[in-house]
Design a protein around this ligand. Sequence first.
Ligand SMILES: Nc1ncnc2c1ncn2[C@@H]1O[C@H](COP(=O)(O)OP(=O)(O)OP(=O)(O)O)[C@@H](O)[C@H]1O
Ligand SMILES: [Mg+2]
Length: 272
Amino acid sequence: MNLNPNRQIENSDLKIEVVDLHMAYPINGNSIGAKVLDGISFSVKNGSFVSVLGPSGCGKSTLIKIIAGLLLPTQGIVKVDGNGIKGPSSDRTVIFQEYGLFEWKTVIENVEFGLKAKGMPKSARLDIAQKYIDMVHLRGSERKYPRELSGGMKQRAAIARALAVNPECILMDEPFSALDSQTRLLLQEEILEIWEVTRKTILLITHNVEEAVFLSDRIILLSNIPARVSHDINVDLPRPRSANLRFDRRYRDIADCLWQSLRSEVKHDEHF
Ligand SMILES: Nc1ncnc2c1ncn2[C@@H]1O[C@H](COP(=O)(O)OP(=O)(O)OP(=O)(O)O)[C@@H](O)[C@H]1O
Ligand SMILES: [Mg+2]
């Protein structure tokens, strides 16, 4: 398989463009620390499912926070629909590993929160919240608090909350990594079903090779810190995808190839 680091996207229908991002966190507010991102550029087509895969600690969360508008880069810009972002927006919702639910609100109150903040009347927002609660298979748990939910249920509620505000893009930072392996596989299949229906642009951060191959149209592989784009590959596997895909030779070939690349990045890190 050919892993081409400099592949250009020809389609002009781009949702997200990341242009030459550099990042170094300030130390004590004034001096600049070591580089975390070192000139990251890539773009994401409208309605596609793209994963950013990289070794542990390479700067993946830093990258997604910048794309979400939660963090300013040292240099470079992020464009959405051709316009430079100016901060966070409900068009780009983020799902984090730790679910980010309000502990004092029930599932339905969490899911309707963004709609309430937008001033939507109660009956309309409850209808929408219920639609997404059903979509993530949480019907019956509407009145439960996060403490009464399993990890998988919490992440389902977080997904429903992200979908309820009808964002253009969903940014996910290792959303399945706190889950047991069975729940993780189930939720991967569910997120694919949701994506097939909604066709949102999804950018997933992961360090899990198999997850990236199973879910994505495209995978951006990052180097070790300071992160650069080391490979940018198309995943030309048929859709819709089911668990059986994992036994497909083409799936295994892509995963093996990515593993080799990721392993060489990890081996270059003296901490491993
Ligand atoms: N707020 C911060 N201030 C200073 N340094 C930070 C800050 N956040 C992250 N870093 C540093 O930036 C580097 C990259 O961190 P980041 O969390 O982006 O990596 P990651 O790839 O998401 O890691 P992981 O695989 O553990 O999720 C690390 O060296 C980390 O210590
Ligand atoms: Mg991270």
